[in-house]
Design a protein around this ligand. Structure first.
Ligand SMILES: CC(=O)SCCNC(=O)CCNC(=O)[C@H](O)C(C)(C)COP(=O)(O)OP(=O)(O)OC[C@H]1O[C@@H](n2cnc3c(N)ncnc32)[C@H](O)[C@@H]1OP(=O)(O)O
Ligand SMILES: CC(C)C(=O)C(=O)O
Length: 814
């Protein structure tokens, strides 16, 4: 049958109440009502499978945990399960002293008797009796006149009084009495009042406080809008006698979907107590949801007297007991209610959090409350034990703001606006193409892939080691539009000396610029024909203190092709990101990250000519250093490179190291290095000073002491001790006890070789030896030493000893 064009031919509208001076519209909320959970009764009776005793027990405990003080636990005369459950609560002392259990009974003697039996021995119990009072129920269900309806209520109220008094006498149980004129909202208002007055008289002992009688005024079926319910409640409150001896209780159902509104307006109209269920279970469309009501109050700044700090556990318990899911859009508890997919919502939330953080910092200083004010989020999910994880989820409806928010949350990266736009296009392209949500994992992986960020996402170029040093100022102050944008502000020239891995081959490169970044760009231009300029640079610190880590710097760089740098119409640019505890390194990483994006087209880069190690006409210091880096993994400091280059040049001239015609092969260079610096030459150990073992002790925070077993020029082994502010100065102090003259460290450098459990330390030392020559002048010589070891102290100590063995040292007594 289709819907009617004239529904008035079938359905009656509600009859408005004449209440000309209604007060409730101008009232406001000031405090929480008394909450009565009827999950275990009205909720339970509506389930396909009513709860088992175990389920009811778990639910009861959860209600108690959340702070509910009045709990309708059963309709004990309905089933043995319900009766046994109530007895179990009483006998097993499950009911806290400040909690009242409530039980429902119809107005029937046998059922009232059984109901009261069920609670005998409880400390506090509310007997709740009901009978329907509306015309339809009188005429159709009970076939009763008004008088008979009154009689039914009066007679059984008197019985409840008699039986509860006997029970109190016998078991000490303290009772309250609740009466419900069922179908109150469909009952003539004057008749509902008449019944309640009669019940109050029959009860005969309504008093104050816990002696008050509860009149529960249900919208058994929600038949009108919430303002009508509020009118009915206010009318009842105005007219009932001895108002102070009554608790007016509301019991809204949700047939029109306005149960919450009915409860709230009914409260403004005089209701002091609300009966409902968690998440709105109950007959048909359910009872009013107490969680929703309580949290509505909470977001008005009113303590709800219920605690949902662990809302997820509450959801889990309730759904497991009811076997009913909570819809994804359900207020406060739905899976999606703290999630924004759409770009403008995400953008507003992100900005809201940023602004709130600053506002809260100010409030903290001023000692003012830190008020919540985030667009689209009426409540802080954290208050309910929820994380911010699901706040922003990304699909094709999302914008840059949401993606940036997720990167901030999950990678601690606060992308500059233009980079947000650039990365948004990457994400948008995938989510549009695949027509699906992009998870946090999808987004962070795409980010790492795009910007070659983090281990496992290396690009074609990666930074191994580097040194930034200052040069004398060659240029006047930088002009507007120069590398000032990149944070390289002063006019001191910087030099970059470093080793980068280029398509898996180590390259030693160097360059100069106004700062570290332009020096690196200069090196890339010189050695790899990569000619880029910085268009935008920004950085921020990442404070990881809460994760027990030191602060790090994040740098962002936008590169353009150097030839297009000044062009305002430059279209193509590449963004890069770098993070490191060292700000210079994070900037350098960002530059390489952007370069990696630029060369991801697979373009060829000038190769290192490894076919020949050294050619006197064409090889430079960096080529020889690159050979050592690739063959031995050693990234020599620049002065060491220069020293070894001289050795190589000399050997080439002499035709040594297997070289001929001014050329030395890669193998020849490698062997020459090993022989020159006693590196990995176990068959030719040094002979001047040998240390068999050593140990290092801490004297105090600043000083160390080294004790070792040494032999000098093949003599007997002797134990020496020296102290200094580190292992190397301690070693020198120990050596000074045996040798004439003074050893000082002029240069020290270290880096790691390999990764993970294979990692080793490489140390480089330039040692200076000064010797007074009696009549003659003071002599001064220097030597480099290198060593590697799994232990960084051992590699440093060994590097010093290797350098010592290259010097013409004299023993003190000779
Ligand atoms: C709005 C509400 O939620 S009210 C609570 C509803 N909850 C329940 O009904 C769950 C528990 N109920 C039950 O287990 C059963 O209905 C019982 C044990 C109470 C009664 O069972 P039965 O005796 O088999 O009766 P039945 O279930 O058919 O109930 C209807 C009878 O109760 C009468 N009745 C209905 N409500 C009431 C009441 N509040 N007071 C007295 N009698 C009532 C009806 O008029 C009808 O009487 P009739 O048999 O003389 O025509
Ligand atoms: C027993 C009463 C209060 C009831 O559940 C209702 O009217 O919905």
């Amino acid at each position: 049958m289709p819907m009617l064009s004239q529904p008035s031919q079938k359905y009656k509208p509600y009859t408005p109440i004449h209440l000309p001076n209604r007060q409730w519209p101008s009232k406001t909320f000031t405090k929480a009502p008394i909450w009565l959970s009827t999950d275990l009764r009205d909720g339970n009776q509506a389930l396909v499978n009513p709860m088992t005793i175990e389920q009811k027990t778990a639910f009861f405990r959860e209600l108690v945990k959340c702070g509910v003080k009045q709990i309708e636990v059963a309709y004990p005369s309905a089933s043995d399960t319900d009766f046994a459950f109530v007895r179990g609560l009483v006998e097993k002392n499950e009911i806290p002293d400040d909690v009242w259990i409530q039980v429902l009974t119809p107005a029937r003697e046998d059922l009232i008797r059984r109901t009261i039996d069920s609670v005998a021995g409880a400390k506090h119990a509310i007997i709740h009796m009901y009978n329907a009072t509306s015309p339809t129920f009188r005429n159709v269900v009970f076939r009763n006149s008004k008088e008979q309806t009154l009689d039914l209520a009066i007679k059984h109220t008197k019985l409840v009084r008699q039986l509860t008094e006997e029970c109190t006498e016998k078991y000490g149980t303290k009772f309250m009495y609740e009466y419900s004129p069922e179908t109150f909202t469909q009952t003539e208002p004057e008749f509902a009042l008449e019944v309640c007055e009669a019940v109050k008289a029959a009860w005969g002992k309504a008093g104050l406080g816990d002696e008050r009688i509860i009149f529960n005024l249900p919208s058994t079926v929600e038949i009108g809008p919430p303002n009508h319910y509020a009118d009915q409640i206010e009318n009842f409150c105005n007219k009932i006698s001895e108002r102070e001896k009554i608790i007016v209780s509301l019991h809204p159902h949700n047939d029109r979907g306005t149960g919450i509104a009915s409860a709230e307006l009914g409260t403004l109209a005089g209701g002091e107590r609300i009966e409902g269920c968690f998440f709105g279970n109950g007959e048909r469309t359910g009872n009013v949801d107490l969680v929703n009501l309580a949290l509505n109050l909470y977001t008005q700044g009113i303590p709800p007297n219920l605690d949902f700090s662990d809302l997820q556990t509450t959801i889990d318990v309730v759904t497991a007991c009811n076997d009913l899911p909570i819809p994804a859009r359900y207020p406060y508890a739905g899976e999606l209610v703290y999630t924004a997919f759409s770009g403008s919502h995400q953008d507003a939330i992100k900005k809201g959090f940023e602004a709130q953080r600053l506002r809260h910092e100010e409030c903290k200083v001023k000692g003012e409350p830190m008020m919540w004010d985030i667009p689209y989020l009426p409540i802080d999910p954290a208050d309910l034990g929820q994380t911010y994880e699901a706040l922003i989820r990304v699909n094709s409806q999302s914008g840059k703001g949401g993606i940036a928010y997720l990167l901030k949350e999950h990678l601690n990266l606060d992308l500059p606006r233009k980079m947000q736009v650039a990365f948004y296009q990457v994400v948008q392209e995938v989510s549009d193409r695949e027509a699906r949500e992009m998870t946090v994992d999808d987004i962070t992986s795409a980010f790492k892939r795009t910007y070659h960020f983090g281990s496992g996402y290396k690009g074609r170029l990666s930074l191994r080691s580097f040194r930034i040093s200052s040069l004398e100022s060659e240029n006047p102050k930088p002009k507007a539009g120069s590398d000032q944008e990149s944070g390289e502000e002063d006019d001191t020239q910087r030099r970059f000396d470093g080793t980068v891995s280029v398509d898996g081959v180590y390259r030693v490169i160097r360059g100069k610029g106004n700062g570290p970044l332009s020096a690196l760009l200069d090196a890339l231009r010189t050695y790899l024909s990569l000619d880029f300029a910085i268009r935008e640079y920004s950085e921020h610190t990442i404070n990881n203190a809460d994760q027990g880590e030191n602060a790090q710097a994040a740098s962002y760089v936008e590169l353009v092709s150097a030839t297009e740098r000044k062009s305002t119409s430059t279209r193509q640019s590449w963004w890069g990101v770098g993070v490191d505890a060292d700000i210079a390194r994070s900037g350098l990483r960002a530059v390489l990250s952007a370069v990696n994006s630029a060369i991801s087209d697979g373009r060829e880069l000038p190769e290192l000519k490894l076919s020949v190690g050294f050619h006197s006409k064409s090889s430079a210091q960096e080529d020889v250093a690159s050979v050592i880096a690739n063959q031995l993994g050693l990234e020599l400091p620049r002065k060491y490179q220069a020293a070894f280059f001289e050795v190589v040049q000399r050997k080439a001239l002499e035709g040594g190291a297997g070289g001929k015609g001014g050329e030395i092969s890669i193998e020849g260079i490698t062997q020459l290095f090993k022989d020159t610096y006693h590196y990995q030459t176990d068959d030719k150990p040094p002979t001047k000073v040998v240390m068999d073992s050593f140990k290092l002790d801490h004297i105090d925070n600043n000083r160390r002491s080294l004790t070792g077993s040494f032999t000098f020029f093949g003599g007997p082994s002797r134990t020496l001790n020296g102290s200094g502010n580190g292992p190397l100065s301690s070693l020198l102090a120990a050596l000074h006890s045996q040798i004439a003259g003074t050893l000082t460290i002029r240069d020290y450098w270290e880096h790691s070789i390999g990764e993970g459990s294979e990692v080793r330390a490489a140390s480089y030392v330039c040692l200076v030896y000064e010797l007074e020559g009696g009549q003659t002048k003071k002599s001064r010589s220097s030597a480099w030493g290198v060593a590697t070891d799994t232990d960084i102290t051992t590699s440093g100590v060994q590097a010093v000893l290797n350098a010592v063995n290259d010097l013409d040292i004299r023993c003190a007594q000779s």
